[in-house]
Design a protein around this ligand. Structure first.
Ligand code: ZN
Length: 305
């Protein structure tokens, strides 16, 4: 069933687990996510970015997610990294049960002002709003945020921001990055900072850029002719610790891209005669489903539907 972000995150916060948020770009990613969530009986957030909307169209993507949400588990239809206010309004009118307004590139005052505006719109539709304070580097859908623009979330500003905007959830910058990070070591999170934010912010906290970038998947991509040099992600232990310290929503996009790419490369290499898309995209769907199930178990939200 379709539910709001606020309702699933409230439960997650009360019981100390996090809900997985996965990006939907086409039919097969949506099927992989919903099949995985149903199989392990978990609430799930199915989100579309502005880039996905540009690629596939909001009407197509939201229709697919609505059909997925006919299952018995709680499903949030969420707009990821909404920056364009027209798209946000369109999403709310189209029945998105949650929208993210990302004003992290603005000054504190402008971010407060616009987020508050979006919260007011969302209330009219019974929807809820995720906001962002601080800057998370990396390739964030259509925009690239440079490393030097990295800005960790300041706890006191976060407290003031949530109080002034009335947002239902807050994305924080504590060391993660969007996309596969080019580094020799796994990504380090600032747990002390997370604790300080948690101590003064009551709303559920969100971790972006939380893909694992598993080496087995990278090896498969490389084995079949691809190249993702020095790609790193966040370790399973780091994710678990972040959830213990109060992260309630964890975004994953890169891991599904990598899973699909590895499956398609392998399928085409092993079956060069294959010309039926259902063959290699079907395999990609299975591998993405496996990745979603793995992430849901890691977050502790299996059997929480
Ligand atoms: Zn993000």
């Amino acid at each position: 069933m379709l539910v709001t972000l606020a309702s699933v995150l409230k439960k997650a916060q009360a019981h100390g687990y996090a809900v997985g948020a996965f990006n939907v770009n086409n039919l097969e990613t949506a099927q992989a996510i919903i099949q995985a969530a149903c199989e392990v009986s978990a609430p799930v957030i199915m989100q579309t970015s502005e880039g996905a909307i540009e690629y596939a169209g909001m009407d197509y993507l939201s229709a697919i997610i609505r059909i997925a949400a006919k299952s018995s588990i709680p499903v949030v239809l969420h707009l990821d990294h909404g920056k364009n206010l027209d798209i946000i309004r369109h999403a709310l009118r189209s029945g998105y049960t949650s929208v993210m307004y990302d004003g992290s590139h603005l000054s504190f005052e402008d971010n407060v002002h616009r987020t508050r505006q979006v919260v007011q719109w969302a209330r009219q539709y019974g929807s809820s709003v995720e906001a962002e304070l601080g800057r998370i580097p990396g390739k964030e859908d259509l925009v690239t945020v440079k490393r030097r623009e990295l800005l960790y979330t300041d706890p006191e500003s976060a407290r003031e921001f949530v109080q002034k905007t009335g947002c239902a959830a807050l994305a924080v910058s504590i060391g993660t990055a969007h996309g596969p990070v080019k580094s020799r070591t796994k990504v380090c999170l600032d747990y002390a900072l997370l604790k300080r934010i948690r101590a003064v912010v009551a709303v559920p906290l969100v971790l972006h850029g939380a893909s694992s970038v598993r080496s087995a998947i990278i090896r498969t991509i490389e084995q079949y002719g691809g190249a993702v040099p020095h790609a790193q992600g966040v370790s399973d232990q780091a994710i678990k610790r972040a959830v213990l310290l109060g992260i309630c929503k964890v975004n994953t996009d890169t891991d599904l891209r990598l899973a699909a790419t590895s499956a398609i490369r392998k399928a085409l290499a092993l079956h060069p005669e294959e010309i039926d898309m259902r063959g290699y995209i079907g395999v990609a769907r299975d591998v993405m489903k496996h990745e979603v199930m793995r992430k849901i178990r890691l977050l502790g939200s299996a059997d929480k539907a």
